[in-house]
Design a protein. Structure first.
Length: 225
């Protein structure tokens, strides 16, 4: 079984295809169509189909489900920004890197550095997809931000919060019962954290498959890096 086929089966096992409103055979057909040579590729479903609020609870670590911090009820409004996602329901993300070497950088510092390296920051849902497929991508003190997603406010300015995925310590409003659970939260655009890198990729490729309509890329600010 190819890597892409295994990822498709994992998403089907988790019921992500139901969340996305597509048949299991559509995921399988896309994975089969990817063919050999995409060994490091991540199979992703467009956030218009499978938003972060639906994906985060499917994360798991030490038998504990993932969750979104309570002060991020607008998580699904964090749309692709400074990145361009394929206008297709399913696509592949290539050349993944957790960005450990950028730990203790601020998002404000990391974005131009990634751009200079011809890399594209991951969107939040892509980061969740990565951890769904490879739980080991999330390690204590080696977690990551997904600054390819930002929230644009009504006045046109970008919200200073930037999304990240890390492991809960079970403190504060998380609750002790959530210690070691995967956590979707946020950090300020100008702040640094020693335990957060910046997840990125070399590119994305998509194609229509199985009669699925691509649909509009709703609510996103898509500008190519």
């Amino acid at each position: 079984m190819s890597r892409e086929a295994a990822q498709a089966e994992r998403l089907i096992e988790l019921g992500v295809h139901d969340v996305a409103g597509m048949a299991a055979h559509d995921l399988r057909a896309f994975a089969e169509g990817a063919g050999p040579g995409e060994g490091d590729a991540l199979l992703a479903i467009h956030p218009d189909r499978a938003p972060a609020s639906a994906l985060a609870p499917l994360l798991s670590r030490d038998g504990k489900p993932g969750f979104i911090v309570v002060d991020m009820p607008d998580v699904d409004e964090f749309a692709p920004c400074t990145v361009e996602l394929p206008d297709t329901p399913l696509y592949l993300v290539t050349g993944l890197d957790r960005g450990d070497h950028m730990a203790n950088w601020s998002p404000e510092e990391a974005l131009p550095a990634l751009t200079k390296e011809s890399r594209t920051p991951l969107a939040l849902t892509e980061g969740i997809h990565w951890v769904l497929q490879q739980p080991a991508a999330l390690e204590r003190n080696r977690c990551f931000m997904t600054i390819g997603s930002r929230l644009r406010k009504a006045n046109g300015a970008l919200d200073a919060r930037t999304p990240a995925i890390w492991i809960s310590n079970g403190t504060g409003r998380d609750g002790r019962e959530r210690r070691n659970a995967p956590k979707v939260g946020w950090c300020w655009w100008g702040n640094r954290h020693t335990w957060l890198g910046f997840a990125s990729a070399t590119g994305r490729t998509g194609q229509l498959c199985g009669g699925i309509s691509s649909g509009p890329v709703a609510g996103s600010d898509v500008r190519a890096v």
